[in-house]
Write a protein that binds this ligand. Sequence first.
Ligand code: HEC
Length: 181
Amino acid sequence: MITGTRCRAGLMMAVALMAAPALAGPDLVEFPKDYQTQFIVYNTIERPDRTPNQIRFMYVNPAAHRAASASRPAPSGTVLVMEDRAAKLGADGQPERDAAGRMVPTDRVLAIAVMEKRTGWGAGYNAERRNGEWEYAGFAPDGTRRTTTEAQTASCFACHQSRATRDWTFTYVKFLQDSGR
Ligand code: HEC
């Protein structure tokens, strides 16, 4: 027979387990809802190869950016956002180009990818998967999560692994290097 005390202890343990924060996984990354107004655009990349044609905007949070240098890992608290925006199309269905030959973005956001780094976040992964202290998450334009499980972000880790020597970033550390920081 289960006594009242044991039953309560069991219940408390179950509650503690449920409330325990995840050690790893995309849920750790909050949607950076003010990135368009508060973050710095450090790079854009045209992707006429993608359907629909798009322009990628890369953002970094200013506090981290102020402290960043290519010669050391990005500080804990760095948030990098990659926003895919649909390109403006001409009557011929091809991307319109401005006078300088650049593709013209519309306001239509297609997808938002975020990588965020916090001290301790990498500890939940084995050496093969771990990308330093980075965590990854994908969001719909309205901030709804597109990635909720570790399995859904496995490809993020795997592909960014190829840039381990640049703090697992394709463009950010390169940008710091190119701007002499
Ligand atoms: C197949 C390879 C690949 C996968 C998978 C991938 N990325 Fe990337 N990621 C890139 C490349 C390449 C860039 C640079 C942009 C470009 O060239 O279009 C990039 C850029 C980024 C950036 C901008 C900062 C930087 O590193 O330049 C973020 C943020 C990002 N990816 C997040 C994610 C997230 C989140 C996922 C998973 C949901 C993911 N990526 C999956 C290849 C990948």
